[in-house]
Design a protein. Structure first.
Length: 457
C-alpha cells in the first residue's frame, strides 16, 4: 500500500486479467472477428473511422432500442457509449422515429430552406442565450465555422486552443490532441503538434496551445502575440480526459481576456451541449461566449451540427460578406429529428432523469473508498467518468500519471458483463441516457465493484 493510503495495483495481475478478458471477448465475438476480415477487403481496418478500431477488435453493432444495444453476435449491452454522447434521448425513441418517418414521406433533401429549421434555431437561442444560428452536419463543421468566423471578424490568423482537446478533424484544430510527454514541450508553453500526418505545418503554426484551467497561461499567450489572435476555442468541460470540470471563475476569465484583447471566445459544446444541462455548459456554468458549436445530441442520431453566435460574431454572415455554406445544411430530415428531439424529448423535465441515474452511479465512490483504489469520480448531467488517479484530473497532462493498462482492463471488464462504454476509456467519459433504468445503473456499479475486488485480491 502506498503512503497516500491507497492500494498499489499489481500491474502483472492487471495484464493477466486483461488476457483472460480479451479471450472471453473473442469467444463472444466469433462472428464479429470473421466479419472484420471480410470488411477489410473494402474498408481500411474493417471500419469507417480510424477510432473504431480500438483493440482488441471493433465492436460491430447490429441495433439499439432504448438504453440497450446489440452486437452482430447477438450480445446485449447497456449503452454507456451512446455514440460518443449522441444518444442521450435513447435509441429509436418513438417521438424521433415518428418525426423522421413523417418527413421521409414528404421528401428528404432539396438544398433549399424549409420550415423545420426556424423552430430548432429558436429553441437553441433560448437554451444558449445566443440570437443567431446556422446549421451544418457535424461537430467538425461547427468548429471549422467557428475558426473561420473568428478570423474573418477580427482580421487575424492565430487561434488559441487547449492542449489535449479534440475539436474535429479539420486542419486548423487537429493540433496537440494527445501529445506524449516527449513531444509536448514545457507546460507553460505547450508545443503545437500535428495530430496526424497530412496537416500542413503552416496550419499547425497558426494554433497556439495552453493548459486547461489556467487563465494565466491564456493571458500570457495573448500578451506575447498582441493584436494577432483571432480568438480562443475551448471545451468548457473537457471530455476527452474523462470529465474535467472548469475551476470556479476560469470560463469568466477567458471571456474577459478575449474581450479585452479584441478576440472572440468560442465554446465547443459538441459533447457538452444537451448533456451537462438543458442549456449545456452555458447553463451549467453561467458564461455566454461569442460563439457556441453544437453537434452530436442535437440531431438525435442523424448527422447534424450548428453554430450560434452573438449579433456581432454573426454579422458578416448576416450581411452576406462571409459564406457559411453546405449542401446539407438545414436538411429537412435532420431538422425534423432535431425539432422533435429538442421540443418533445430533451425537455427541461427530462434532465431530472440524469440526476436519478447519477444517484445510483455515485455508489462507485463507495467502492473506491472501500477498496482504497487509486481512482476518483466526477459526474454532471449525462456525463461522468472514473479516472484511475487518486486526485481528479485537472488538465490534460494529469493523464500521463495513469497507466493505460488499468483503464483498458476496466473497459473490457464492463463489456464482458453487459456494459458498452466508449473504447479508450482513459480518454472518453461515459454518457447516460434519459431512458436508463435503475437496473442499468446498478449493473455498472456491480461490475465496477467486481473489478475492484479482482485487482486488489
Amino acid at each position: 500500500m502506498s503512503t497516500a493510503g491507497v492500494v498499489e495495483i499489481d500491474l502483472e495481475l492487471v495484464e493477466e486479467l486483461t488476457r483472460r478478458e480479451t479471450a472471453a471477448l473473442d469467444e463472444k465475438h466469433r462472428r464479429s472477428l470473421a466479419y472484420r476480415e471480410q470488411a477489410k477487403r473494402r474498408l481500411p481496418g474493417g471500419v469507417s473511422s480510424s477510432w473504431q478500431s480500438w483493440p482488441p477488435h471493433p465492436i460491430y453493432v447490429s441495433h439499439g432500442k432504448g438504453s440497450h444495444v446489440w452486437d452482430i453476435d447477438g450480445n446485449e449491452y447497456v449503452d454507456y457509449h451512446n455514440g460518443y454522447g449522441v444518444m442521450v434521448m435513447g435509441h429509436a425513441h418513438p417521438r424521433i422515429v415518428e418525426a423522421v418517418q413523417r418527413r421521409v414521406e414528404l421528401g428528404t433533401h432539396f438544398a433549399q430552406p424549409t420550415e423545420e429549421a426556424l423552430p430548432v434555431a429558436e429553441n437553441l437561442a433560448e437554451r444558449y442565450r445566443l440570437p443567431y444560428w446556422r446549421f451544418g452536419n457535424s461537430g467538425t463543421e461547427s468548429t471549422l465555422d467557428a475558426v473561420r468566423i473568428m478570423r474573418a471578424v477580427t482580421g487575424r490568423k492565430l487561434v488559441v486552443k487547449v492542449e489535449g482537446t479534440y475539436h474535429g478533424h479539420h486542419d486548423s484544430l487537429m493540433v496537440s490532441v494527445f501529445p506524449t510527454p516527449e513531444q509536448a514541450g514545457p507546460r507553460e508553453r505547450p508545443a503545437s503538434l500535428p495530430q496526424t500526418l497530412g496537416l500542413p505545418e503552416e496550419f499547425v503554426n497558426l494554433t497556439l496551445c495552453v493548459p486547461f484551467n489556467d487563465a494565466g497561461a491564456v493571458e500570457r499567450v495573448f500578451e506575447e502575440h498582441p493584436g494577432e489572435i483571432a480568438g480562443m476555442i475551448v471545451e468548457p468541460a473537457m471530455s476527452n480526459c474523462g470529465l474535467v470540470l472548469p475551476d470556479d471563475g476560469y470560463l469568466e476569465r477567458l471571456k474577459e481576456i478575449t474581450r479585452r484583447h479584441g478576440a472572440l471566445l468560442a465554446f465547443d459544446e459538441v459533447k457538452t451541449g444537451f448533456t451537462l444541462a438543458w442549456g449545456g455548459a452555458v447553463e451549467a456554468f453561467g458564461v455566454v461566449p461569442d460563439l457556441v458549436c453544437l453537434a452530436k445530441s442535437l440531431g438525435a442520431g442523424l448527422p447534424c451540427g450548428a453554430i450560434g453566435g452573438t449579433e456581432e460574431a454573426m454579422d458578416m454572415i448576416i450581411r452576406g460578406e462571409l459564406e457559411q455554406v453546405g449542401t446539407f445544411n438545414g436538411n429537412p430530415l435532420t431538422m425534423a429529428a432535431a425539432k422533435a428531439n429538442l421540443l418533445e424529448v430533451l425537455t427541461p423535465d427530462a434532465y431530472a432523469e440524469f440526476e436519478r441515474i447519477n444517484g445510483i452511479l455515485g455508489e462507485c465512490r463507495r467502492v473506491i473508498e472501500r477498496y482504497r483504489l487509486p481512482a476518483s469520480m466526477k459526474m454532471l448531467g449525462a456525463k461522468g467518468s472514473i479516472d484511475w488517479r487518486s486526485t481528479p484530473i485537472h488538465e490534460y497532462r494529469d493523464l500521463w500519471d495513469i497507466d493505460d493498462r488499468v483503464p483498458q482492463l476496466a473497459w473490457l471488464w464492463q463489456l464482458n458483463r453487459g456494459v458498452f462504454k466508449s473504447p479508450g476509456s482513459k480518454w472518453e467519459s461515459w454518457t447516460t441516457s434519459i431512458v436508463m433504468s435503475d437496473e442499468d445503473a446498478r449493473r455498472y456499479v456491480e461490475n465496477f465493484e467486481e473489478l475492484a475486488a479482482a485487482i486488489t485480491a
